[in-house]
Ligand binder design. Structure first.
Ligand code: SF4
Ligand code: SF4
Length: 618
């Protein structure tokens, strides 16, 4: 027999499970309207991809996953989208959130499906894709996207697959009835998980208050050749252990079955372990083998205020009141409605809230059955809460810190490890609702983290803006300086131009005077007038050229480069001629050619510098 380990603490509340186990699972009828919150899982809410008025088929995707930690949502039946709006969601906060509302057309018509005859033909990535696209998240209550949990890092070897069939909370029998009636589906889901994870050990953990299913589960698992599926020597074992609440906590179950403790803040994968709920295993089987996404689940409806307690296979989105009506709910007898069990569940804000992927139970107790807790008294420091805590925390101290809003102290005392099982509250003789304090504190801690992240982001944005403004200011100053320098240069050039104009004018006057002298002379001359004209024109041309250069310094540099290039060409031609004629001046000519080349390089460099400077200023 496999060795098992005990976990610290735990309690033994009345089980109250037999009431809902007297009947087989009942398929609940389709409600006229189904309300589907876009956030039914841990992670980013899905994004609606349908519009009001759209017709949808059963199994059609109506909201897509957003980001890596998210899952899509599918229509649980065929009908019309009649609303996409804020509605009260099934959450302890009683808040509203975005929901898609489908009005059923009563046909329950499936979209086209592509069942797979043999999942063994698919590889790990294909199987994970199917699970992701089927919108599967953990059905044991946490709602973490299953594909994310299965897509483990390559550097972490997973050797153990744990199946959580503990269902330790009183009243809830959804998993128990699933094991009674769907053992083969569970085993097929386990086989698919084994193909993905390739573990060497498969540990199927069941509390000893469900011994009636052990034989069926063992036989169903024996139908699969796990060695072939994993390519390893893989052993699958069904392990029973003494009933104690809350043995179904993931960390607690892992410790019971393996003796390994998941460190504070750590994940089972760090110990080479992946843990999955058996409801999730069935959802995986349906998705992979039947091409059916997660659109329904098994939910227990129980408590003395319902006349027909049982387990329902119910479509997601079904209003709680509709499901209760199937069990002949007596509202006048009910003290309150609880979604989940009496230990970890929360009061339902109104009966219109829907069944979602994580709803394992609707509990309608009478006052006699679950009396309203008496008012809390002062803590008497009895220490019973610490004895009961399965996470080995100090609930009494956490209570003090929570009351004082000492969030840092709460974090130092590992409040994150609290699984909110309520065992401490259950044993507290002062009736202090300890777990309520921890839940509220966790929300505050989470909010503080979000606020801190937002503040950091705002700071980063502010600093980036300041940096950008400073850069723009620097650029403005540089541009202003460049403009001033250019203006100064232009003014200087204009001054020189004026001087040149005066000189040119004087030259022209001189030429005119000379010409008039010549015209009065009797001695004819060859071309004195033409010569002076040429000089004047040359001077004027040069002045015009200089004026143009002042206005456009680049053209001057371009001409300088062209001129240098011509000199290089000429000097090189001279060297070639000299070599051919064995001219004794060859060495001098070569030196001249080298100088011309150097001059060309320098001129070219000046032009490049000027261009770069110009483009920087622009
Ligand atoms: S069980 Fe209650 S009374 Fe006792 S130490 Fe804990 S909080 Fe105080
Ligand atoms: S609710 Fe938290 S502190 Fe209380 S017993 Fe459970 S794990 Fe411990």
């Amino acid at each position: 027999m496999k060795k098992i380990w005990d976990v610290h603490g735990g309690i033994h509340p009345p089980e109250n499970k037999s009431q809902s186990l007297s009947k087989a699972i009942v398929t609940a009828p389709i409600a006229p309207q189904l309300t589907l919150p876009l956030s039914q899982h841990i992670g980013a809410p899905a994004k609606a991809i349908v519009n009001i008025g759209d017709s949808v088929l059963k199994g059609q995707c109506i909201a897509e996953a957003v980001g890596p930690v998210s899952v899509p949502l599918h229509a649980p039946t065929s009908g019309t989208i009649v609303a996409i709006e804020q509605r009260t969601i099934p959450h302890a906060s009683g808040l509203e959130d975005n929901c898609i509302v489908i009005e059923s057309n009563g046909n329950d018509e499936w979209r086209e499906r592509h069942p797979i005859a043999d999942f063994r033909s698919l590889d790990k990535n294909m199987l994970i894709d199917i699970i992701r696209n089927a919108g599967i998240s953990g059905m044991g209550g946490a709602g973490f996207p299953t594909s994310v949990k299965l897509d483990t890092r390559d550097d972490i070897a997973i050797d153990t697959l744990v199946l959580n069939a503990t269902e330790c909370e009183p009243y809830i029998t959804a998993d128990h009835s699933l094991m009674r009636e769907y053992a083969d589906d569970i085993a097929t889901g386990v086989a698919i998980l084994a193909k993905i994870i390739k573990p060497t050990k498969i540990l199927f953990g069941i509390e000893d208050n469900k011994l009636d299913v052990v034989e069926g589960i063992t036989a169903a698992l024996a139908e699969h050749d796990f060695n072939t599926l994993t390519g390893l020597k893989t052993e699958a074992e069904v392990i029973t252990f003494p009933t104690k609440y809350p043995s179904g906590g993931e960390k607690q179950l892992i410790q019971i079955l393996t003796g390994k403790e998941v460190p504070s803040g750590g994940l089972p994968a760090e110990l080479g372990i992946v843990c999955q709920n058996i409801g999730t295993a069935v959802a995986i089987k349906n998705a992979v083998c039947l091409d059916e996404p997660l659109i329904s689940r098994i939910t227990t409806v129980t408590g003395d205020a319902v006349n027909q307690p049982c387990n329902y296979e119910v479509l997601l989105g079904t209003p709680v009141e509709f499901l209760l009506a199937q069990s002949d709910y007596q509202a006048n007898k009910s003290s309150r409605l609880i979604m989940g069990g009496p230990m970890m569940g929360f009061a339902v804000a109104n009966t219109a809230v829907p069944i979602i992927k994580t709803t394992n139970c609707i509990l309608a107790p009478t006052e006699q059955e679950l009396p309203t807790p008496p008012p809390a008294q002062a803590c008497i420091r009895c220490g019973m809460c610490a004895e009961a805590c399965p996470a080995s925390l100090l609930p009494q101290q956490l209570y003090w810190f929570a009351q004082g809003k000492e969030l840092d102290k709460l974090e130092e005392h590992n409040i994150a490890d609290c699984i909110e099982c309520g065992a401490c509250s259950y044993v507290c003789p002062s009736n202090i609702p300890l777990v309520q304090y921890y839940r509220a504190s966790k929300v505050e801690i989470q909010q503080r983290k979000v606020d801190h992240q937002n503040a950091e982001l705002a700071k980063e944005r502010f600093e980036a803006r300041q940096e950008r403004l400073q850069r723009l200011e620097d650029e403005k100053i540089a541009a202003r300086k460049a403009r001033q320098a250019a203006a100064k240069l232009a003014a200087e050039q204009r001054g020189k131009e004026d001087e040149r104009s005066v000189a040119v004018q004087a030259a022209v006057e001189r030429v005119k005077a000379k010409k008039s002298q010549t015209e009065t002379s009797t001695i004819p001359t060859a071309t004195p007038v033409d010569s002076d004209d040429l000089v004047a024109r040359a001077v004027a041309k040069r002045a015009a050229q200089q004026a143009e250069d002042a206005a456009n310094p680049e053209s001057k540099l371009i001409r300088a480069v062209e001129s240098a290039q011509q000199r290089v060409t000429k000097s090189q031609a001279r060297v070639v001629d000299a070599e051919a004629s064995q001219d004794p001046n060859l060495a001098i000519l070569k030196q001249a050619a080298e100088k011309a080349e150097a001059k060309l390089v320098a001129t070219q460099q000046a032009l490049n510098d000027f261009k770069e400077q110009n483009s920087a200023q622009e």
